[in-house]
Design a protein. Structure first.
Length: 163
């Protein structure tokens, strides 16, 4: 009798545990995405000079960006010449930088990936993909409004600013 009660309780607890795990998984994924967004926004603010980086002598990483001035909160397009970019491919994250000053028309070796300057497509293809990729649509950046965009938006903005 006691064993039957214990087995029933064990089954109930296992069921509750599975239910809780199903609830936790989406929260963990959401947490990871938000954490990545915070890291990118922090990097963009540092690049804009809005806060000192942790390595700088005066650096207080908790300072706010200047009110109303430049900085990444003015629009969804970053003003910085160097923009952190990334891609998630097959469960792995790859980080690089896009130097907007190196874009020439719709070309240019403007992506620094693994300490080497290359075109966006070459950088994307250097990740072990099975196919060639359009780097302008493969790589992503974090807009200042918190949304993710393709770096193609930055290219269009540079060489056709009236769009």
């Amino acid at each position: 009798m006691l064993i039957d009660e214990l087995l029933a309780r064990k089954a109930q607890l296992e069921s509750e545990m599975e239910s809780l795990l199903a609830q936790i998984q989406p929260l963990e994924e959401s947490f990871k995405k938000k954490h990545e967004m915070v890291q990118h926004v922090t990097r963009m603010i540092e690049l804009e000079g809005g806060i000192d980086s942790p390595e700088s002598p005066s650096g207080s990483a908790s300072e706010s960006p200047p009110a109303g001035g430049g900085g990444p909160f003015r629009s969804s397009m970053p003003d910085a010449q160097v923009v952190p970019i990334f891609v998630h491919y097959r469960g792995q994250r790859y980080d690089a930088e896009l130097d907007r000053s190196r874009i020439v028309g719709d070309r240019g070796q403007c992506v620094r990936f693994r300490d080497k300057w290359m075109a966006p497509s070459a950088a994307g293809t250097s990740i072990p993909t099975k196919n060639l990729v359009n780097g302008w649509r493969f790589w992503k950046y974090l807009r200042s409004d918190g949304n993710v965009g393709m770096i193609d938006e930055l290219r269009t903005f540079i060489w056709n600013p009236k769009t």
